[in-house]
Design a protein around this ligand. Structure first.
Ligand code: ADP
Ligand code: MG
Length: 180
């Protein structure tokens, strides 16, 4: 692999977990855009949003994306990365984009079990399951259209990694979808 690989999808779909495991296994670099921008800002996401609004956070997110994209690098993105047209375009042009797709029930169960992993200000103030459903309904089309490939993220980690390696061995134009 020389082009970067970008993982996209909602909170809890496994972008960080899968990205890290893949990078370790393949000896590639790994960067998490949320982590990168928080280090750089010396503030967590909640503090950035409080100080600069979501607009300020989104601007930092775009800067992070463009800064970390490098050859042989696995990039885990934030759940809202696909909202900006400039980010969607950048990822498709600069590398290969994989959507880790999972049903609402799986996402909700993971975030409930490990709330600290997905720590973010609530987007809507609704109960978790409802918020996930609403956010996904709003973003599903963006995740799908931005992705070169779609993988079933409800599988065990090893299966997901195997699917990732399988899709990456096909051209981006194959549009492989290992998801029913
Ligand atoms: P994201 O970075 O997309 O928000 P994470 O990688 O932080 O998601 O994963 C969210 C939670 O779900 C973590 O607690 C992680 O351990 C768990 N998780 C991720 N992928 C899987 C998987 N394939 N099977 C079971 N649990 C998973
Ligand atoms: Mg993450």
């Amino acid at each position: 692999m020389t082009q970067p690989v970008f993982f996209i999808g909602p909170r809890g779909c496994g972008k960080t977990t899968v990205g890290q495991a893949l990078a370790r296994e393949q000896n590639w670099d790994f960067v998490d855009t949320d982590h990168w921008l928080q280090e750089r800002a010396q503030m967590n996401v909640a503090a950035i949003v409080e100080k600069e609004g979501w607009e300020g956070f989104r601007a930092r997110e775009t800067q992070a994306l463009q800064s970390v994209a490098a050859p042989s690098t696995v990039v885990a993105t934030g759940g809202g990365m696909v909202l900006a047209d400039v980010n969607r375009h950048f990822m498709r042009e600069a590398g290969r984009v994989i959507y880790l797709r999972a049903p609402v029930s799986v996402l909700a169960a993971r975030l409930e079990a490990f709330p600290e992993e997905g720590q973010r200000p609530a987007l809507t103030g609704k109960p978790l399951g409802e918020e996930i459903r609403d956010v996904l309904a709003e973003r599903e089309a963006l995740y799908s259209e931005t992705a070169h490939y779609i993988i079933d993220a409800a599988q065990p980690l090893e299966r997901i990694i195997a699917d990732v390696l399988a899709v990456l061995s096909t051209p981006a134009s194959s549009g492989l979808r290992l998801y029913s």
